[in-house]
Write a new protein. Sequence first.
Length: 183
Amino acid sequence: MNKVIRRLKTVFWELVCFKLALTGKIPSHYLRRFVYRFWGIKIGSGSTIHTGATFYFPRNIKIGEDTIIGEKAVLDGRDKLSIGSHVDIASEVMIYNGEHDIASETFRAVFAPVIIEDYVFIGPRAIILPGVTLHKGAVIGAGAVVTKDVEEFKVVGGVPAREIGERQNRNLNYRLGRAAWFR
């Protein structure tokens, strides 16, 4: 009986994620944000999720204020996903907190939280893997694959991501501004 209940819960959440995918095609930030919040995503004021986003288990996703998430982003909520305020996530970024244990005989899934602190910038098509913390002001280059924590104000790039520089401005207090109306 427990197996049946678990399967029904899985099907329910798969349907929710499908509805969220359809919602992601609506060209209205306000309507999308309303639906996302209805299904449990915590979204701070002034934050925007552009069209085409994919979600896994939305109830574990928390987004701070004045954060912009680009088109076709993947946000994994199978474990805690915490995105801070004034974070700029470019298009087609993938943030995962679940993966398979390739050393396991059963290829079991393992999960770890992802934490993105305030004023982080993540470039297009970057991938953030489970258990990573991106500290305040970190910059992730386009196409980078981040497998470990990135310290405050560090700039990383490559596969796997490694430090390539450092942000000079440490007095971060900007606002990202308005999102494009129909994205």
